[in-house]
Ligand binder design. Sequence first.
Ligand SMILES: [Zn+2]
Ligand SMILES: [Zn+2]
Length: 160
Amino acid sequence: MLIPNRLKEHFKIACQNEDGTIISGRIKCCMNSDFAIWTVGDIRKRLFKKLDIYPLNNQLKLVAECTTCKKRIIVFDSLCDGYEPLSAGIQSTSISGPLHCEKCGAEGFSVQVRYEYPSEEELRELGISHIDTAFTWIWGTLICNTCGKHYTNFLDCETD
Ligand SMILES: [Zn+2]
Ligand SMILES: [Zn+2]
């Protein structure tokens, strides 16, 4: 299964396509899988639009902090994910949060993610050593665990 190694213990698969290059599921930890969301990025709300996050100083990061055990799970970090991460020379921007639900103000979310990878064969041919983080696209949806509001594809990012 292609999934970032750091998520292996914290990923509940929902579905994947035949060759395993598109995989979706949700982040899990402890009983409730309830997370505070911390981000590096520019969160924008446009009229009649959902909430979206965009890179800030060329960095986009989403961290899910388990509200039970406080473990911080890195769902996405543009500085180290992708087949050719461009972390050199980019200063890490400080993380902000936790995110509040804009409808009810709560801080606990469920996190659904979908990763798209090139074929594993292709990655091996290219000699990529970090196949697990060499995905080309990530989508992340947040669901408020208090009021149920969906933030569909809050994170929608093509990697470098
Ligand atoms: Zn936990
Ligand atoms: Zn809510």
